[in-house]
Write a protein that binds this ligand. Structure first.
Ligand code: NI
Length: 168
């Protein structure tokens, strides 16, 4: 399984290409994305995060019975209101920051069968959509976060205790 690429990988900064017609190859990319997102306990993922420069986004909200949604060539056609909330990203592990986003968006996209879909989303779903669609244009949440709010939240289990300084 391919790993989620981390900050510094060029795919994260490259504008992704539209999917013209969904093929078996597209399905494979989506399957890889689903496995990667689940392995890392994410709620959304964009194809550039597995190193594939295609306009594909998946997400599944952390609610019981929330459907897994797959959007090809998603674009925000309208945005309303404002929400401020904390975000993180599987490509920038443990970094968090506050990002101001629209509270409500309407997104048009294509599904895996090539049919057009339209989705109205609010609150967390709207935030996830804006975050993931940004990835398709090479934009990361740190580009939009309030710089003062950026902070590391490294689990204690992963913290390395620095060596005590050598006394002269
Ligand atoms: Ni992200």
């Amino acid at each position: 399984m391919r790993e989620i690429v981390k900050y510094g990988h060029p795919a994260l900064r490259r504008p992704a290409k539209p999917v013209t017609v969904p093929t078996a190859e597209t399905r494979k990319v989506v399957d890889l994305m689903i496995a990667s997102m689940r392995a890392d306990h994410g709620i959304g993922l964009a194809a550039p995060q597995v190193g594939v420069s295609q306009r594909i986004v998946i997400y599944q909200l952390p609610e019981e019975d929330a459907p897994l949604r797959v959007l090809l060539n998603p674009r925000i056609v309208s945005a309303k209101g404002e929400q401020v909330g904390e975000e993180g990203c599987l490509s920038l592990p443990f970094l968090h920051g506050e990002v101001t986003r629209a509270r409500e968006v309407v997104v048009k996209a294509m599904d895996l069968s090539g049919r057009p879909i339209r989705r109205r989303a609010v609150d967390l779903e709207a935030r996830v959509l804006q975050h993931e669609i940004d990835h398709l244009d090479g934009i990361l949440f740190i580009d939009r976060a309030d710089p003062e709010s950026l902070h590391w939240a490294v689990p204690e289990a992963l913290m390395v205790t620095p060596e005590p300084a050598l006394a002269e």
